[in-house]
Design a protein around this ligand. Structure first.
Ligand code: SAH
Ligand code: SF4
Length: 485
């Protein structure tokens, strides 16, 4: 019996796939190199945009036609949707929400395992929580020097366009001690880059064992599985319902203390929850990379309000100013990049063509990109999603106009990203080497702490997964070229 996991969407889905792999490997079900070679194909789906959803339908239909006997399992953002299940009727053998490994396990035992006593010992159930805490399953890391470590999952924010709160349920923060243990073990194994993941890492909240006597169910933010389409009212202030404990800045400070050289990155931050303490923590840290993912989604206050994002564009701009100032203010030598006069990389996400977005309102987003001079922006055309509150609004910006708006923003981004990258020329920066892109010309692909892709030449072998020093000689909008020192 062999399996193949097909992943769509974000890093969190990729991290979930690593847990699925670990789970199946423990059952002695082996990984296949492709879906063609597998008996069991697992789809970790993304429901953020219709295009991602359509790719899932296309692939499942193809597999079904070609190999009607293959078993297909569907999890991720589409698994709970009844309309998806109707559309894929008789094509999928099992649907399970990613947090429900119990259902997954039961199905595997019944359908794939002939030998009953192969039954895997699933992680001891924390009797204060319901179900299996799937994030406590030790993943089969797909990277050998860079690893994803989820710190929280789910979302309580209910942005009007977004499926995540419906697909992943309420926010759930992993126990801090589990996260610290995982990072320590990765660093011990030689991992050089740790990526902390969560839909909104800023709202991370947990206790350490020293908060003795506390049952995990008293932890600040516990997952409650969403069963209905009606969202509960979002908290009126970020602080509401919180109790003191290990919050995100504290978690970062604890990880920072883990001995060893490694880079620390986290995604994604919500502008409404980014505190001054978090900004101070990241600017002072030696391990946290100078890379902030701070989605604005739009540059117009009325659109941001309609999106239910709960901040103003003034607040957003102020945050970016604070982040840049905090880096600039550090002691000379404390931050390699700030010393060289660079700004930390700031990446944003933007949706164009949200229902009712006028040309004038879109111009405010243009202005935001011009003014903030982002290094990166993930620009998406609005896609109506079932279950969300915006689903009921008229999707009245035409496909053509959405494409135009996307292009306008991409052009601005190319200019600001290039101007930022030019500052790197003649500087020597540390990089983490990813792969040999062309062994015949000795070209390596690497990335900087600021997550800029960089190509350099070296005759040295086996640099992959190692740190190296590179002098930058050329800058493009989305990449740098350099020479190894
Ligand atoms: N938690 C993150 C984003 C998670 S979803 C945040 O708060 O910003 C990843 C990105 O997908 C979003 O930032 C948004 O830009 C995009 N996205 C989500 N729903 C979308 C939709 N219905 N149409 C188009 N893009 C969407
Ligand atoms: Fe979606 Fe908003 Fe939650 Fe991000 S914060 S996952 S965009 S609902």
């Amino acid at each position: 019996m062999r399996y193949f996991v097909k992943v769509f969407g974000c890093q969190m889905n990729h991290s979930d796939a690593e847990r699925i792999s670990a789970f199946l490997n423990k059952y002695k079900i082996k990984q296949a190199a492709s879906a063609d070679e597998a008996d069991l194909v697992i789809f970790v789906t993304c429901g953020v945009r219709q295009s991602a959803e359509d790719r899932v339908y296309g692939l499942i239909n193809n597999i079904q036609k070609k190999y009607p006997d293959k078993k297909i399992i569907l999890t991720g953002c589409l698994a709970h949707r009844k309309d998806v299940q109707r559309r894929l009727k008789n094509k999928v053998n099992l649907y399970f929400p990613i947090s429900d490994f119990q259902t997954f396990e039961n199905w595997i035992i019944e359908n794939c395992l002939k030998i009953e006593n192969l039954k895997l010992k699933i992680p001891a159930q924390d009797n204060c929580r319901s179900g299996i805490d799937y994030l406590s399953i030790k993943p089969k890391y797909s990277g050998i020097y860079s690893a994803y470590v989820p710190v929280m999952t789910g979302c309580n924010n209910f942005c009007a366009y977004c499926v995540v709160p419906y697909a992943r349920g309420r926010e759930y923060s992993r126990p801090a001690e589990d996260i610290l243990r995982e990072v320590k073990s990765l660093v011990k194994k030689g991992y050089k880059e740790i990526m902390l993941l969560g839909q909104n890492v800023n709202s991370y909240l947990d206790f350490l064992p020293s908060d003795e006597g506390r049952c995990p169910k008293d932890r600040g933010v516990l997952r409650v599985q969403q069963t209905e389409a009606t969202p509960p009212p979002a908290p009126s202030s970020p602080e509401e319902g919180r109790i003191s404990g290990v919050d995100f800045p504290k978690l970062l400070q604890l990880i920072e203390k883990i001995p060893g050289k490694f880079w620390l990155i986290f995604l994604t931050s919500h502008p409404k929850d980014m505190s001054d303490e978090l900004i101070e923590t990241i600017a002072k840290s030696k391990k946290i990379c100078e890379y902030i993912s701070l989605p604005a989604q739009a540059g117009d206050n009325e659109i941001i309000r309609k999106m239910n994002r709960k901040y103003t564009i003034e607040h957003y701009k102020d945050l970016i100013k604070k982040i840049r100032t905090a880096y600039g203010r550090q002691e000379p030598g404390s931050c390699q990049l700030a010393r060289a006069g660079f700004l930390p990389t700031i990446s944003t996400d933007i949706i164009v063509g949200f229902p009712g977005e006028t040309k004038k309102q879109f111009e405010n987003t243009e202005n935001l990109l011009k003014e903030m001079k982002f290094d990166m922006a993930y620009i998406a055309q609005y896609s109506p999603r079932p279950e969300t509150t915006a689903w009921k609004l008229k999707d009245n910006v035409s496909k053509k106009e959405k494409a135009r708006r996307e292009k306008v923003l991409t052009e601005i981004l190319k200019k600001t990203a290039l101007a930022n990258n030019k500052k790197y020329i003649n500087e020597i920066v540390e990089v983490l080497v990813d792969k040999y892109i062309d062994p015949s010309t000795k070209k390596y692909l690497a990335h900087t702490r600021t997550q800029k892709r960089i190509i350099f030449y070296s005759k040295k072998k086996s640099l992959i997964g190692q740190f190296a020093k590179v002098k930058i000689v050329k800058a493009k909008a989305f990449g740098l070229e350099g020479e190894i020192i």
